[in-house]
Design a binder for this molecule. Structure first.
Ligand SMILES: [Fe+2]
Ligand SMILES: [Fe+2]
Length: 182
């Protein structure tokens, strides 16, 4: 997990590698492990996509261009749709692995373009101190969604609070808004 001092760009690049690996690992996993890994993917993608949508892409619109950010946003919407479809399908469905492999490819392509066309420019042009400050927002979200203090209690799980990807994404947005309000 990232430290408080890391730039938001470095954290997101590290997450690209992590997510890419997890998307392939879940294909090979079986049983409870497969289910848990899929839940972890949903949580990490929720943190990642929320950070991009609300922290990094707004900066990208100013510093890079609207058209580059619009293309990335379209790809992100497709990725989120694919994730929701996979959740609805369930990890034991015969088509899950094939569709997950397709998502892994799609994510990899998206992440490469994001790093080359957007992150590289932000890293060069944005104030490093500001990028580190924004990194703290991602760390705060990670803590809330994936950390030991995450409100991922058995009770919450039983009530389906963390069930559908959309609920996890909403929780990540809330956690970011809490950090921004501090
Ligand atoms: Fe993205
Ligand atoms: Fe990304």
């Amino acid at each position: 997990m990232a430290t408080d001092q890391a730039s938001v760009i470095d954290i997101l690049v590290e997450q690209h590698h992590q997510i890419g690996d997890m998307l392939l690992d879940v294909v090979d996993a079986r049983g409870d492990e497969k289910e848990e890994l899929f839940q972890d993917i949903v949580k990490l993608l929720a943190v990642h996509e929320t950070a991009e949508e609300h922290i990094v892409h707004p900066m990208g619109r100013t510093t890079v261009s609207d058209s580059v950010v619009d293309d990335r946003r379209n790809e992100e919407e497709q990725i989120q749709h694919a994730l929701i479809e996979l959740y609805d399908l369930g990890v034991t469905h015969a088509g899950f692995d094939r569709r997950m492999r397709a998502l892994a490819e799609e994510f990899d392509e998206h992440a490469s373009k994001e790093q080359a066309e957007e992150f590289a420019v932000l890293r060069e042009k944005e104030d490093p101190a500001e990028l580190r400050r924004m990194g703290q927002g991602v760390v705060a979200m990670e803590e809330e969604i994936m950390g030991k203090r995450a409100r991922l209690s058995e009770a919450a799980r039983a009530h389906g609070y963390w069930g559908p990807p959309i609920a996890v994404f909403n929780r990540a947005r809330e956690a970011l808004a809490e950090w921004q309000a501090q």
